[in-house]
Design a protein around this ligand. Structure first.
Ligand code: ADP
Ligand code: ZN
Ligand code: ZN
Length: 681
């Protein structure tokens, strides 16, 4: 009988790995190796852990060690590189290794039973791609700018970060596909295996891209990884990536942590998109991890966007990233839309739509073209109000309003999900004439239906697409041309290639101009560029360029953000934003971390943060005063935060580690968490 001590990472909030005893029953039992998963007892449960080291002895008394229950030998071990990636993420974001390496696995892989795993491995061949489509797919001939971009990526030796700066409709997808093809062909020709990882910001964008990728590469095995996959599928796809069966993995942010032993190229589409940032648990940036991973593997990474994040732009300016420009729309005669502002100080719009926007919609209906209306606010009205006594629909559990949802006949809090029936009369004075204040997508939808009774209006937002698959079905009807006016939140703004769309109307974007979040302007600009970019993408018919139009309703037509938008001037916008950030001492010229605390009483949270502030010396790191969060109370819990800033990332990192240790030692009796590189402050 042989004995070994296994050092195992577990999904537990303790910054340590755990020693377990392994005993080989039979003389010929193969020894466990690092990278295998093992089932172990932990407290009163049995949990799956990752073996990170195999040792001969332990600092602990061997007699007290608990014994490994089972090793998942049916699965080849994950590569040391994968463990190193998880370890980097754990160190950088100040979490235990196990809280990174295990939650990113499919749930059924972590189960104490192996039925699902064994079945998935047996079905391994079924994860292979569907048979090739019958019609040959068209391959557009790349234009010069696309070709140069593909060459730069595919010929890159070792690690390079490429910032593919391409206006909307410039054919970035073609660049990704060609670059992937070239890299795969080159590796296969050299007798090596290869895999490509393509990240997209939104689950709803995966079907369109998946279809293009499959159609283009019918001989390759393409799998998707995102949170809406059925568990069995997710497991099969994860295994396909892990075994190297999947040539191309297409996924949302979580796929950046997929085990891909033959990874040769990473693509991050819409790299600026906020959804690459995970906002709970391990709060990581998938874009940043993708770059680290490419560096680790010494492979190229492509960050594509029409509106890169200003930090990426800054890196391109400083020469750290290689900038690749696509300045023209790719389709024949397709042009960028003309952007116009409707001055809402002058235009009257009692129902939210101004006369010029209504006229433009009517013209599209007459020409049987599609229109898109963008309003980043779901529900019917953001708040209900009593004119008689001033009552407003506050959520009793949050510092937020309850949103009126008329079709569902509910008031809903978007922060704690509390739901109430719409009151028939004012809860304070009994007035029966309660008024909705402001407007959301449902209210505009109702108005559109009275305005254009014949038009086919479709609303797409989180409420209309609650059922699984319904978002996809809705987008399909738009692509089939069965919708005249598409109305929606940011869900409709991103990457979709709508072919018949010639008008984009933007309703009420101004609130973001005065947000206290310093990133709000950047986000708004990107969003408006994105949504504008949905218009006029198709090749013009009969050689006649029909120019598409974007109309933005604003009270501040002189605002520099809108001026830059009119001129399609991302570069100018980025430059002035970076100048502001530099003089204000904000990222990317400053590095930040945020400590959050939650308690029943605000003072308890603030006291903890005050104590945290004085715990350790912090040379080179500024720790600001603790403050309540903007939305202080959510679901009855008060929330406060402490912002840390440093001009030096290493200095900040060097402080965080011992500080986290000291904070854990305090064993505070409240919920707290640290976020490195926070995006919402
Ligand atoms: P982006 O992602 O840059 O917004 P897409 O990749 O969606 O743009 O491409 C926009 C449109 O241009 C698509 O319909 C695509 O098929 C088309 N397209 C791309 N490259 C070419 C090309 N070289 N010639 C003709 N059409 C192209
Ligand atoms: Zn009242
Ligand atoms: Zn609430």
């Amino acid at each position: 009988m042989s004995h070994r001590i296994l050092s195992i990472a577990l999904d537990a909030p303790l910054d340590t790995e755990f020693d377990y005893l392994w005993v080989g029953d039979e003389p010929d039992t193969p020894e466990p190796v690092a990278g295998q998963f093992a089932l172990v007892p932990f407290g009163r449960r049995e949990v799956l852990g990752l073996i990170v080291a195999v040792k001969n002895d332990s600092d602990l008394d061997a007699g007290k060690l608990r014994q490994v229950i089972a090793i998942r030998r049916q699965l080849p071990p994950v590569a040391p590189d994968w463990i190193a990636l998880c370890r980097f993420a754990a160190d950088y974001y100040q979490r235990p290794l196990g809280e990174v390496a295990l939650p990113c696995l499919p749930k059924s892989l972590r189960s104490e039973k192996t039925v699902a795993l064994d079945r998935a491995l047996k079905k391994r061949s079924l994860a292979k791609t569907d048979p090739a489509p019958d019609q040959p797919v068209s391959r557009p001939v790349l234009n010069d700018a696309q070709q140069q971009a593909v060459d730069a990526v595919a010929d890159a030796q070792g690690f390079h970060t490429h910032l593919l700066f391409g206006v909307t409709g410039s054919g970035k997808t073609e660049v990704y596909l060609h670059a992937a093809e070239r890299v795969l062909q080159r590796e296969i020709a050299a007798g090596r295996q290869a895999q490509v990882l393509m990240l997209v910001p939104e689950i709803n964008l995966t079907p369109q891209l998946e279809a293009s990728v499959r159609a283009r590469f019918p001989q390759l095995n393409v799998v998707t990884l995102h949170s809406q996959l059925a568990e069995g599928e997710r497991l099969r796809h994860w295994i396909a990536a892990h075994l190297g069966d999947a040539d191309i993995v297409l996924g949302t942010r979580l796929s950046v942590l997929a085990s891909m032993p033959q990874l040769k190229l990473i693509i991050v589409d819409e790299e600026h998109d906020p959804s690459y940032k995970q906002q709970e648990g391990l709060r990581y940036s998938a874009r940043d991890l993708a770059i680290w991973r490419a560096h680790q593997q010494q492979i190229p990474v492509v960050l594509g966007s029409a509106t890169p994040s200003v930090e990426s732009w800054q890196h391109a300016d400083s020469g750290r990233y290689r900038r690749l420009n696509l300045t023209q729309r790719a389709a024949q005669n397709a042009q960028l839309p003309r952007v116009g502002l409707i001055n809402m100080e002058v235009s009257k719009a009692p129902d939210g739509l101004s006369p010029p926007l209504i006229d433009a919609l009517r013209a599209r209906l007459e020409r049987q073209e599609q229109s898109l209306l963008f309003l980043n606010r779901r529900g019917y009205a953001p708040v209900m109000h009593c004119d008689a006594c001033g009552w407003i629909s506050n959520c009793r559990r949050c510092t937020a309003f309850m949103v009126l949802h008329k079709p569902e006949r509910r008031l809903r809090c978007h922060h704690c999900s509390l739901e109430l029936r719409i009151p028939v009369s004012c809860p304070t004075c009994g007035n029966v004439d309660l008024q909705p204040l402001g407007r959301g997508t449902q209210r505009v939808e109702e108005y559109l239906q009275t305005l254009f009774p014949q038009a086919r209006v479709l609303r797409i937002d989180a409420d209309s697409t609650r059922r699984k698959g319904s978002a996809q079905a809705a987008f399909d009807t738009v692509h089939r041309g069965e919708v005249d006016i598409l109305l929606g939140t940011q869900m409709v703004a991103k990457g979709h290639d709508f072919q018949r769309l010639t008008l984009v109307g933007v309703i009420n974007p101004d609130t973001a101009l005065f947000s206290q979040d310093y990133r709000a302007g950047e986000r708004l600009f990107a969003q408006l560029m994105q949504v504008s970019g949905r218009a006029g993408r198709a090749a013009a018919q009969d050689g006649q360029a029909t120019r598409a139009e974007v109309l933005i309703q604003t009270r501040y037509p002189q605002h520099p953000l809108y001026r830059a938008l009119l001129a399609h001037d991302y570069e100018g916008f980025a430059r002035s934003t970076l100048e502001e950030r530099r003089s204000a001492g904000l990222p990317p010229f400053m590095f930040q971390a945020l400590l959050r605390a939650e308690a029943r009483q605000l003072q308890v949270a603030l006291d903890f943060l005050t104590q945290a502030r004085t715990l350790l010396d912090h040379d080179g790191v500024v720790i600001n005063d603790p403050v309540p969060m903007t939305i202080t109370r959510v679901a009855g819990v008060e929330r406060a935060q402490l912002l840390l800033e440093s001009a030096s990332r290493p200095q900040l990192q060097a402080f965080l580690k011992p500080w986290m240790h000291a904070l854990r030692e305090l064993k505070p009796r409240l919920r707290w968490s640290l976020e490195v590189d926070p995006v919402d402050i």
